[in-house]
Design a protein around this ligand. Structure first.
Ligand code: SAM
Ligand code: SF4
Length: 428
């Protein structure tokens, strides 16, 4: 979501003549787009801002902006503690960026703070803005969240849930496809409840965009397991462009911890969804998010998370130590598990996950798969890279008769934790 917001910032500034600078040293404007999901991200923002202060002392015209969720939640603190910052802007205000830069540059306004949620109660009206899109693109189709899981800041930093009208999204997809995009990832914090305030739904959207000829692949994230309905699962049987990839954050394998997190599903209900998805699409790859060391998590609770991970066999798992966040109820809970115990659990869990993922990838050797070509490999430009339907990177020898955005058949020749290698099946 933040990467997509950063792309939008670049696109809103392009008409003013700005282009991306690889280093901040000689930039006219530096925007620090922040995440406040965990405390560490917030701490990184402060230390990076102090590095920018040094650059600004050499280049006093440099404008420094803090944007994103930390800006939304900590606007007063940023202004007080980082007085060299010129602009503080929340995620709902990105479209005001050109105005803010003009004010600061030409009207000599000293400081701008813009961190207000939009006031439209039901729908979110916007269009996707990208500078030179490639074969893949993110499209935000909704924003905010109504769930209030006990550990999470998102409802406070991104506001209540609002979805875009399907007709607007279809126009967006068609426009991006006319610019060369072939593989789209729809984004939303809680995408399964897309359209709930306007009587539209995610499965309806998938059916509509599936009819767009130029579009070859459809992906989406993030699904809350408690909101995952059968209609959506059925799309995996009927819509071949829907990729065999499902991010289904479980957070914990223990019912007691899930209750305390306010996740409103049980381990058994979660496993039922996994089973239904595997029935609908046998080659589906699951990924997940796990929080280790939630207040009150016992060794037994942790073991349940470990056993659930062995049962599901995730292709990928994003695992984090619990981080107490301001304004959330879990931050106030008694937490008597020592930090070193939590860190030990995280390490054990990550080691187990790595061996599961590696085994899943190695087992794909010999399979024939379709890869959508994304471009030359960063590590070895003689190779091309793309992703399979499951979302895993695949590197293969370049051919002269293929183009970026093409879907080509390959045979997998090796697998590792992070990627696959392959040989094209059409090589003459
Ligand atoms: N909406 C998604 C869901 O319900 O699963 C998750 C979105 S959240 C932005 C991404 C992930 O960050 C969560 O799934 C969770 O694992 C992690 N996360 C959120 N708050 C956290 C916290 N206070 N400490 C550690 N991890 C956290
Ligand atoms: Fe945060 Fe996801 Fe829970 Fe919403 S559903 S509060 S975004 S973890």
């Amino acid at each position: 979501m933040n990467a997509s917001d950063s792309d939008r910032m670049k696109a809103t500034l392009a008409p003013l003549g700005f282009e991306e600078s690889k280093q901040p040293d000689n930039a006219d404007v530096v925007l620090v787009n922040t995440c406040s999901i965990r405390e560490k991200a917030e701490a990184k923002m402060s230390s990076f801002a102090y590095d920018l202060k040094k650059l600004k002392s050499k280049n006093p015209n440099m404008l420094i902006g803090i944007t994103g969720c930390v800006a939304q939640q900590e606007k007063e603190k940023i202004i007080q503690e980082l007085p060299f910052v010129d602009l503080v802007m929340g995620p709902d205000n990105i479209d005001d960026l050109p105005w803010a830069i003009e004010e600061l540059t030409h009207k000599h306004t000293k400081k701008i703070i813009k961190a207000e949620f939009d006031t439209e109660p039901r729908v979110w009206k916007t269009t996707t803005k990208l500078v030179n899109p490639g074969p893949t693109a993110f499209i935000s189709i909704m924003k905010g969240c109504d769930h209030f899981c006990s550990y999470c800041v998102v409802p406070y930093t991104r506001g209540r849930e609002k979805s875009r009208p399907i007709a607007d999204i279809v126009d967006d997809v068609k426009h991006l496809c006319s610019q060369g995009v072939r593989d789209i990832t729809f984004l939303g914090q809680n995408i399964n409840t897309f359209g709930k305030r306007s009587d539209e739904s995610l499965h309806e959207l998938f059916h509509r965009v599936h009819d767009i000829d130029l579009l070859k692949r459809i992906r989406f994230t993030t699904s809350h397991p408690g909101d995952l309905k059968d209609e959506l699962i059925r799309c995996f049987e009927t819509l071949p462009k829907l990729c065999s990839q499902f991010h289904l954050p479980v957070q914990s394998g223990s019912d007691q911890v899930l209750r305390s997190m306010r996740r409103f599903y049980t381990r058994a209900q979660y496993m039922d969804r996994v089973k239904a998805l595997r029935q609908a699409r046998p080659d589906i790859a699951f990924s997940t998010d796990i929080i280790v060391g939630f207040p009150g998590e016992t060794e037994e609770d942790f073991e349940q998370t470990m056993s659930l991970m062995r049962e599901v066999k995730y292709d990928n798992a994003y695992s984090f130590l619990f981080s107490p966040r301001p304004g959330t109820s879990a931050a106030l809970r008694k937490d008597d598990t020592p930090e070193h115990v939590k860190l030990g659990r995280l390490q054990v869990l990550q080691t187990q996950q790595q061996s599961i993922a590696k085994a899943l990838h190695v087992a794909q050797v010999g399979q024939h798969q379709e890869i959508l070509i994304e471009g030359p490999s960063k590590k070895d430009p003689t190779k091309l890279t793309g992703r399979n339907s499951q979302g895993l990177s695949v590197h293969f020898t370049a051919q002269h008769n293929v183009n970026i955005g093409d879907l080509i058949p390959v045979e997998i020749t090796s697998g590792s934790l992070t990627h696959l290698t392959a040989k094209p099946l059409t090589l003459s």
